[in-house]
Every structure is written in C-alpha cells, then in structure tokens.
Design a protein around this ligand. Structure first.
Ligand code: GCV
Length: 716
C-alpha cells in the first residue's frame, strides 16, 4: 500500500509543476541559479559576507543580501566578523572599519548621496567585493544591484560599478481611493487597507517597499490626484504614518495628494482662497501636524482646476498663488509641492493640446523653490503615442517633473502585453532644442540642462491586490522599467527588458531573446491596432475600454473622439499647423518646423499635426487610407506573431506564467481585431474606399461594434 502512495506522489511531483509561479515575488525571486558553471563561479567568489552598521536601513539591506545569496547560491552563505578571502563587504565608506585605508576618492566623488560603488579589490591581500557609498540607502541600492547581477547571471569578476540616480525624486503615484477602488487600476483594489491601518500592517507593505527600493524608487504618493480631503484628517494621518514607518528603512518617503478645498471640507473654514490668512494658517497647522507624525513626509501632489477638481482659480487666484501657499507651509520641513500641469477646460475654445502650455508658460520662474511642475509626457493624456509635451523646455526657470502612466489606461488596460519602456524612452530622448540641439526631455527633467537643484519623475502605478501585483505578468515589467529609467534614463529598453526577463522568467538565452523580441515590438503593435499614424483619443467613453471613434455630441467636446480625429469625406487628422490650431508654434522652431511640414513630419505623428486627404500619398506609395488599413492589420498580425512566439515557450518556462500570459494574449488578439475592425469600418464611412483586397474583411458590422456596452468595465 505504502509503495502505491509513494508511486502516486512521485508521479504527481514529476507531472505537475508544484513550484508554479504566481508572480507574487516579482523580480526578486532569488531561486537557485540553474547554470552549474555560473553557480560554481559565484560560489567560489562569495564565501561569506560582512555588512557594517545597524541602522534600520542597514538591517534590511543585510536581510536582503542574506536572503538573496542563500537563495541564489542554494546554501547558507555565512555572515563573518573578520575579513577572509572571497567575501563581500558592504558599508558606508565614511563609517567603515574595513575600508578606512582604501582610497576610493575617485569613485566616491562621482556619486550622489544615494549612489553606490561595487568593486573588486584586495584588502590585506584578500580578494573582496565591496559595496559602498555615502549613505545607508546607497548601500541598500548597491546590494540590490549586486543581487541583480547575480540574478541575471552577469560576470562579477573584476567588477567595478559606480552608479547614482540621475533624478532626485523617483515616485510612484497611486490613484488609489480611500474606499480601495483604484482610478484606472486594472489589478484589483488598492493595496492600502485603510480600514485596518494603523494596527494591522499587511506583510505586503514591506514587500512593496522592497520591490520599489530594488529599482531605486524613493517616494510614493499614496492617494488619487482626484483627491479626498479625508486623508488629511488626524484619523487618516495616523494610518499614513504607519505606512511611512514600514517604508522608511527602504528609503521611501510618503507623499499625499492635497485636495485644495480641504480647509472647507475638513477644516470648517468658509473659503480655501490661497491668499486668505486663515486658509494659509490652516495649511501650516496641517503641515505641522503631518510632520509631527511623519518627520520625513515628502510633500503634496496637487491636481487643481482640472477635470472638476477645486483650485485657486475658484477664487480668482493663479496656480502660482495655490502652489506657493502650500510650498511655504512645507518649506521649513524640506517638503515639496508637485503641482500638476494637466489642465484644460472645455469652455475655452482652444485646442486642448495647447491649453496646459498656455496656462503654465507665463508662470515660469514665479513658483517657490520647493515647487515642481508635474507634466504628463504628452500634451493630451497618456495616449499610445503622443509627441512630447511642449512645456518641456519652455519653463527653464521652473523644475519640471515627468509624469508617465504605468497603468495601461489607454494601452489595453489589464489584458494587453505592452512593454512601455520604448514609450518612456521615446519621450525622454526627444530633443526639445530649448537650448540648441541635444536639449532632450531627459536633461530637462533631471535638472541638468538648467541646473535645477530638485528634479523628479512620477509613474502612475499599476499595482493592486491581484496576487501578482499588476494583473498582467508583463505589467510588472512596466513598473520595473519605470524605476530603472528613473534611476538612469540612459539605459535602453532592450537592457531593461533583458534584466527583467532574466529575473522574472528565465536565464536561458534563447528564451530571453524570444521574450525580448515580443516585448520590444509590443508597443508598436498596440499603436498599430489602436491609434496608428498619429491618431489619438478614439477609445470608449468614460471607461476608456475598447475602440469608439464614433463618440460625439457629449457635454464636453474635448472628451469626444471626433474632436481628435476630425474625419470627414475630405480626409482625416487634426490640423495643428498654422492653418489649424497652430499647436506646433508651442515647440521650439527646429521642432515646429518638422512637425508643421507635412513632408518632414514623422509619419507616426502625421495625423496628430495634419488633416490630410484620404488619397494623400504616403512614403510607401500607398494612399493614406490604404496606409491606415495596413497599420491596423499589421497591428493584429503583430499580436498573432507574439502568440506564436509565446506558444513556442510551452514547457520551457514556468507553467503558471505560461498559461496566465497565454490566456491574456488570446484576449489581446480578440481585442486587437475589435479595435482594427471597428476603426477601419468607422473611418471607411468617410473615406468611402474599399479595404485593400488582400486584407481579410471584418466579420461584424459597424453597428455591432457601436452597440457594445460595458457598464462594469474596471478602473473607473
Ligand atoms: C486621475 C485622465 C484619466 C483620469 C485621470 C486624469 C488625470 O483624464 O482618464 O482618470 O484622473 O487623466 O490625470 O488627472
């Protein structure tokens, strides 16, 4: 009988993947290295470790190193109390007992307070790898980087790495509400369990902090920019403080969104006028209260006078008045105000793409020193492709922060595999020409172009209560890529993808290159099946799910689709040249000249800037109508190709990861076809031209698509 049981369990063990990966461990899995040669080489170079210091940050760094080494090398790697051959020594240089006679001035001079140095050296004729820097957080970042090298099976012989973050504030923005819904969140509910805080500390908070610290994120805005004043009540601030306590050792500060009308809503004042003395005092008292509870509180993020949010303009005041009032209250504590430039008003009869620039450019240089203006990457709203926002370069006397969206509101939400690093890079690498060639967006936001002492970048989070944090496994890659680019915007999309795949899925070279090929083309596929050639904002009403280029006649023009694509029997596209809205004039002349010329404008932005006839001849020789069709069809073909590549990974990667992505890819394919057919059929009503013969014809009618309804689409 016993033998039968044994046989049964053995068969079960062999045939089922009992170690299936549910995604919770993200890229910090620390599973034993599979390649024997690499494992042996690491084991011979890492025979023990010393981490100097005992601050809370050093303690978590130590814990991470221990966990990482033991897991990756598959055995206990000992903590030592004296130097031996082939060990790791980590510690802050100025406080280190072991490094005091080692001259590192050349490397240390290069790094900032958060930077690190990882170097193979000899101490007392012993080979050691040192991980050092100027602060405890630098050591933590260095340890995470070292573990990343092991996780990606990199060579650590004669290692010499000197690294510092290029941008100072590297933040996630959670659009999380106090009732735990998440605006534009597609991975379940908010991970902040406000009701049980501060007494119940979910272990996930620590894992959240670890994950963020591992990619250098040093701040988190806990609440939605469509803000709720309640988070500023004492009752909630205690909860915020409890989260701050968990995050602090990981170098992460908490920030909150400040609802501009809070003095009225929770302070019983009659006004929130930023020039009113009582209002100013209310904010000062509130800030004092916050810092008593959270001494390292980061500051406020504010969405004001935008999409119905209250702001200084309700009182005839300006963004400067509003931001400076808050900044004055925060200044004694070193806190900052991140004031969003995402403003537009349907009552203003001006191209929405121009409004933010029009409102903010004149305010350049008028903000207090601790104010950053947070600008979305493009002038509309996180579309699959937008040209860079014209404010970049236009406000040299004000630190501008980047706001990217990691959550995929407009790029397939929770079900499409779209790797966003290429989108982020496209914007960061764009040349604004604000100070001549080479004035890239990246140099503006990292503060180097104008020598600003503060700089920042924010990513709207895609994290929720789903077991794998981000709903889609590849959503993790976007969180990861955001952090890595925030640290170093010179990294390539390719390098970042490779790191993530190796840590999350497999170190097998063939598998890595297949998955990388999928990731690197995924954003372009998505642009093709959703909004090719510069089309934008043609998605479903309100929930933004699926295609709906037919949206018109709503209470706000600038929330319809027809406002943006302007298709008619003559042609399609938004004329933003001098004959149209002249949005091109907001760019520096070198850029404006390119965008406004129909010949020079890159085709990927063509219909963003130009209204062109259906028979307009494209570079390919096809007509514009044909080109639109081919782009939509190519997008779908791209997803089919992705599925083929993914299928070839069956039984080569973890089963649960494989199946999870496989099912989602099937949804993506269905939805890509839906986008293609709905858009092509709709635009055909204007072009009145046939879909090219060689392309398969849509199965369903336009009416069918126009009558689809999704009252419970997620993320609203
Ligand atoms: C938080 C878009 C989104 C809104 C979001 C807004 C913003 O309009 O659809 O959900 O609100 O941007 O960034 O403030």
């Amino acid at each position: 009988m016993k033998k039968v049981y044994l046989f049964f369990f053995l068969t079960l063990f062999i045939n089922t993947n009992i170690f299936s990966d549910d995604g919770y461990r993200l890229w910090l899995k620390y599973d034993k290295i599979k390649d024997k040669k690499i494992l042996d080489s690491y084991t011979s170079q890492i025979k023990g470790w010393i981490v100097e210091g005992n601050s809370p940050t050093i303690l978590v760094a130590k814990e991470e190193l221990q966990k990482g080494l033991n897991g990756l090398l598959g055995k206990k790697i000992k903590e030592l109390s004296q130097i031996k051959n082939n060990i790791i020594i980590a510690g802050v240089y100025s406080q280190s007992h072991y490094l005091k006679n080692i001259n590192l001035s050349e490397s240390l001079v290069e790094i900032s307070n958060e930077g690190f140095v990882i170097k193979s050296i000899k101490i007392d004729s012993k080979n050691v790898i040192i991980i050092t820097g100027k602060s405890d957080t630098g050591i933590l970042y260095g340890i995470f980087h070292f573990l990343r090298l092991l996780q990606t099976n990199s060579n650590i012989k004669n290692i010499n790495i000197v690294s510092s973050p290029k941008i100072k504030l590297r933040l996630l923005n959670h659009w999380d509400n106090l009732n735990r819904t998440v605006e534009r969140g597609y991975a379940g509910f908010s991970i902040w369990d406000w009701h049980k805080l501060p007494d119940y500390i979910s272990p996930q908070y620590k894992d959240y902090a670890r994950a963020n610290a591992s990619i250098g994120i040093n701040g988190t805005v806990l609440t939605n920019v469509n803000a709720n004043a309640w988070v500023l009540t004492h009752q909630y601030l205690i909860k915020v403080a409890a989260l701050a306590n968990v995050f602090r050792p990981y170098g992460i500060k908490v920030y909150l969104t400040a609802r501009f009308s809070a003095p009225i809503e929770i302070g019983n004042l009659k006004t929130a006028d930023p020039l009113n003395e009582e209002v100013k005092q209310w904010w000062k008292n509130k800030v004092d209260e916050i810092y008593k509870l959270i001494p390292d509180f980061g500051g406020f993020l504010v969405k004001a006078n935008s999409e119905g949010q209250p702001g200084p303009q309700n009182y005839g005041r300006t963004h400067v008045d509003g931001a400076n009032m808050l900044a004055e209250a925060l200044e004694p504590y070193g806190g900052v105000v991140m004031w969003r430039a995402f403003v537009y008003d349907s009552n203003i009869k001006e191209d929405r793409a121009k409004q933010s620039y029009n409102e903010f450019k004149p305010l350049d240089g008028k903000f207090r020193k601790n104010v950053l203006i947070q600008v979305k990457n493009g002038p509309i709203d996180f579309q699959p492709r937008e040209p860079f926002h014209p404010l970049f370069g236009a406000m040299p006397d004000t630190p501008l922060m980047m706001e990217f969206q990691i959550t995929q509101e407009y790029l397939g939400q929770g079900t499409h595999l779209v790797y966003l690093a290429p989108l982020f890079k496209e914007c960061l690498d764009s040349d604004t020409y604000s100070k001549g060639p080479g004035s890239t967006v990246a140099k503006i936001i990292d503060g180097s172009l104008e020598n600003h002492s503060i700089s920042g970048i924010a990513g709207v989070s895609n994290i929720g209560t789903d077991r794998n944090w981000t709903g889609h496994l590849f959503g993790q890659a976007n969180w990861y890529a955001f952090g890595r680019l925030a640290w170093d915007h010179n990294l390539s999309s390719d390098e970042i993808a490779e790191e993530w795949i190796r840590m999350t899925i497999s170190n097998d070279n063939e598998i890595v290159s297949k998955i990388k090929s999928i990731m690197l083309k995924s954003r372009e596929d998505c642009v093709n099946y959703m909004t090719p050639l510069g089309l934008h904002h043609i998605m479903g009403w309100n929930h933004h799910y699926g295609p709906a280029p037919w949206i018109k006649d709503k209470h706000r023009d600038d929330w319809t689709s027809v406002y943006y694509h302007r298709a008619d029997t003559n042609g399609i596209g938004f004329d933003r040249t001098a004959t149209g809205s002249n949005a091109v004039s907001q760019y520096f002349p070198e850029v404006a000249e390119i965008f406004s010329s129909v010949e020079k404008c890159p085709e990927e932005y063509l219909l963003w800037f130009h209204h062109l006839p259906w028979d307009y001849k494209m570079k390919s020789g096809k007509t514009l109508w044909e080109e639109i069709c081919y782009h939509y069809y190519n997008g779908v073909e791209g997803v089919k190709e992705t599925i083929k590549i993914w299928d070839s990974l069956k039984n080569k990667i973890d089963n649960e990861q494989y199946n999870h992505v496989k099912m989602l890819l099937n949804i993506q394919l269905k939805e890509a076809i839906w986008w293609r057919d709905a858009c092509v059929l709709y635009f055909q009503t204007f072009s009145k031209r046939p879909i090219p013969d060689e392309l398969e014809k849509p199965e369903k009618s336009l009416d069918y698509y126009m009558n689809l309804n999704f009252p419970y689409a997620p993320g609203i």
